[in-house]
Design a protein around this ligand. Structure first.
Ligand SMILES: Nc1ncnc2c1ncn2[C@@H]1O[C@H](COP(=O)(O)OP(=O)(O)OP(=O)(O)O)[C@@H](O)[C@H]1O
Length: 648
């Protein structure tokens, strides 16, 4: 199957000649005619009959020999279409979408219009794999890319379709320039140079009218930032900068003034002219925007009332007794007719007659080949850098936490002042020293849990958007967070341990104290990360889960009850209680051979016995702590990936 069907291509509509540096091939014209790709040649056949198609043109095909600096460079598009699309709300049996079909031709701007609640966003979500059958809704749809059937919920397919959601999920501490550049850096081929990224970003910012706010913070509920319209355009830029072949946008012009909306549509026009298929939902477009569209799908009551060229829509409505009045915005008129005329009358008048084509298609496409993007290591580095910038710009919360911890540990140090030097033959003194040690562990543990539990739910919308649009893997995301977390935990551990250690006059090695509290904190944050991943973006649920992580650590550490007295079936829980292992290491460090005096030594040995701390098991305890850290970190990657694939 050769996709050389460029007859309808109108060269005059190209905004400008695509920018190919060092283009040595004169036959590769701006029309893109030489770019036809033989998909059949590129299909890799699998044993189960499915095929893998590389929709990304390779260098040879698109003849880009030098820099990629134009976000509107010609690309090979594909026609996206769907048939038999239905969506039913299980509880009520209501059909949100009723056997719809539609086409988004390549090199066309297609608008999905209709009244509120007619299923426009549902169509976009189904096409981009963000909506699938759940307990609440049953979905059926046959989706095609050219003549190949595909499963839009497949992660690789989802990542090949650029999707701009209605809600902007942007990092509050980034600037539009950083957000767009980050997207380009993470998703464009790894060979893209820094200079090219810079030029591409600048060009995107300029096209979207974002130059004046390019270096202002995006902002959020707690940080003052750019306007809603600028945020919207930033979201659009983040997707378009990667030069996608299929673009779906949910209300990209909502919240924009007339000029910005037109500017946004002009950018989409350029993307379509470059070869992409562009589909977006829109409410009440101005007549100028409406006339700039190529293709229209008008929804009414979950059905397709009109589908076809925008040029033909007036004639279509006239022929059915609803001519567009003079000096009336046709877009408003279509909605008025859909809203004011009863469904029966519309059906009788001959609307809803979109032809259902019974197509023959090739074996289902299992997935699309991934782009040659950056390595996992580079992903981690880029994400980590962004984390650092985020920390630097939003430093008050971590600073406050560190400050509070420092003050608290000074306070604890004053209460337990010099207890370590007191008479060890006095059981109360020994108990107080043990208490001071436990307070160090508990304080570090608490602050580490606090640090982690709320970061993930807060950032989850951003993670989901970036993960589902192929910015990085769940592993890279967690690794970058882990690195940033390790730095913050190290600072906190230092702030907590140092005053208490010296003020209480503890006798174990200072380095062991630091290392142990750090390891304990990192192990507990691994468990907290799992809980946060389970809780998703539900901050309330995550808050409620916190005691579940924290309390068992204290209960099973043996302070209140000896493990031997617990019911046998509950004892295995202590195996994953980090506090147990840390306590044993610390007790050995502090009380083993605690004095040259035999009687004092005996008193200390009793402490070792009562806490089941054996000097021979110290390395084993360290190993278990490290094992818990690794196990729960890997579990978190699995949970995060699973929930991201499932829910977005
Ligand atoms: N997961 C779901 N469960 C139950 N009902 C749903 C679900 N998703 C969508 N709906 C219902 O389907 C209908 C269509 O919703 P959709 O968001 O697609 O409409 P829309 O045309 O995009 O509306 P708007 O223009 O206001 O955004 C709504 O009545 C909505 O309540």
């Amino acid at each position: 199957m050769r996709l050389r069907n460029f007859e309808e291509f109108d060269e005059n509509r190209l905004p400008s000649k695509p920018h190919y540096h060092n283009d040595e091939n004169p036959s590769h014209s701006s029309s893109g005619v030489e770019m036809a790709i033989d998909f059949e040649d590129r299909a890799t056949k699998h044993a189960d009959g499915s095929q893998l198609i590389d929709v990304y043109p390779n260098d040879e095909e698109i003849q880009i020999k030098g820099a990629i600096t134009d976000p509107f460079a010609i690309r090979e598009g594909s026609t996206l279409s769907w048939e038999n699309m239905s969506m039913t709300v299980n509880a009520s049996g209501r059909k949100v979408l009723d056997d719809c079909s539609g086409t988004v031709p390549k090199r066309h701007m297609t608008a999905l219009m209709g009244m509120s609640g007619t299923g426009k966003s549902s169509i976009l979500n189904i096409l981009s794999g963000r909506q699938r059958s759940t307990r609440d809704v049953a979905i059926q749809a046959d989706v095609f890319l050219d003549d190949y059937k595909l499963d839009p919920t497949n992660m690789m397919v989802r990542r090949s379709i650029a999707f701009v959601a209605q809600d902007d999920s942007l990092l509050a501490t980034s600037t539009p320039r950083e957000a767009i550049r980050f997207s380009a850096k993470m998703r464009l081929p790894r060979t893209t140079s820094s200079e090219e990224l810079h030029l591409l970003t600048d060009s995107m910012l300029e096209e979207l009218g974002l130059i004046s706010c390019a270096d202002s913070l995006v902002g959020g509920p707690l940080i003052k930032g750019i306007s809603g319209g600028e945020r919207k355009r930033t979201s659009v830029g983040i997707e378009l900068v990667t030069m996608p072949s299929i673009v779906c946008l949910d209300e990209p012009t909502s919240g924009l003034d007339a000029f910005s909306a037109l500017q946004c549509c002009e950018v989409l026009r350029k993307v379509a002219n470059a070869g992409a298929s562009v589909l977006f939902t829109i409410h009440q477009p101005s007549s100028e925007i409406f006339e700039s569209l190529d293709h229209l799908i008008l929804m009414n009551g979950g059905r397709v009332m009109y589908q076809g060229s925008v040029k033909d829509v007036s004639a279509f409505f006239s022929a059915r007794g609803h001519p567009v009045p003079k000096n009336y915005n046709p877009a408003d008129w279509l909605i008025d007719v859909a809203q004011c005329v009863s469904m029966e009358d519309l059906i009788e008048a001959g609307y809803f007659n979109s032809e259902q084509r019974v197509r023959s298609y090739r074996k289902s496409v299992c997935c699309l080949k991934d782009n040659d993007s950056i390595s996992a290591g580079e992903e981690v580095v880029n994400l980590f850098r962004r984390e650092l910038v985020n920390l630097k710009r939003d430093w008050t919360a971590p600073f406050n936490r560190v400050f509070v911890m420092g003050t608290l540990s000074l306070f604890i140090g004053m209460i337990f002042f010099d207890v370590g030097n007191a008479d060890k033959l006095d059981p109360f003194t020994l108990q107080s020293q043990f208490g001071a040690m436990m307070i160090v562990l508990i304080t570090c543990m608490m602050s580490a849990v606090q640090l982690t539990m709320f970061v993930y739910p807060e950032q989850r919308p951003i993670f989901l958007r970036e993960y589902s649009t192929n910015h990085y893997s769940a592993f890279s995301y967690l690794m970058a967070h882990l690195t940033a977390e390790a730095i913050l935990v190290a600072v906190k551990v230092f702030m907590v341990v140092t005053p208490i250690y010296f003020m209480v006059s503890l006798s174990g090695s200072y380095l062991i104290y630091i290392l142990l509290t750090f390891t304990l904190s990192m192990a507990i944050t691994a468990q907290a990360t799992c809980a946060a991943c389970l809780g998703g973006d539900n901050v309330k649920l995550v808050t409620q889960l916190t005691p579940l992580i924290f309390q068992p650590q204290l209960l099973f550490a043996g302070f209140f009850l000896s493990p031997e007295l617990m019911p046998i079936w509950i004892r295995p829980i202590q195996l994953v209680c980090t506090m147990t292992y840390a306590t044993r290491i610390l007790v050995v460090e502090e009380f083993h051979d605690c004095s040259s005096d035999a009687r004092e030594n005996e008193a200390c040995s009793k402490m070792l016995e009562s806490t089941r701390s054996d000097p021979d098991d110290v390395w084993w305890n360290w190993l278990v702590l490290a094992g818990i850290f690794v196990f729960f970190r890997l579990l978190a990657v699995f949970l995060l990936q699973r929930s991201a694939n499932k829910f977005y």
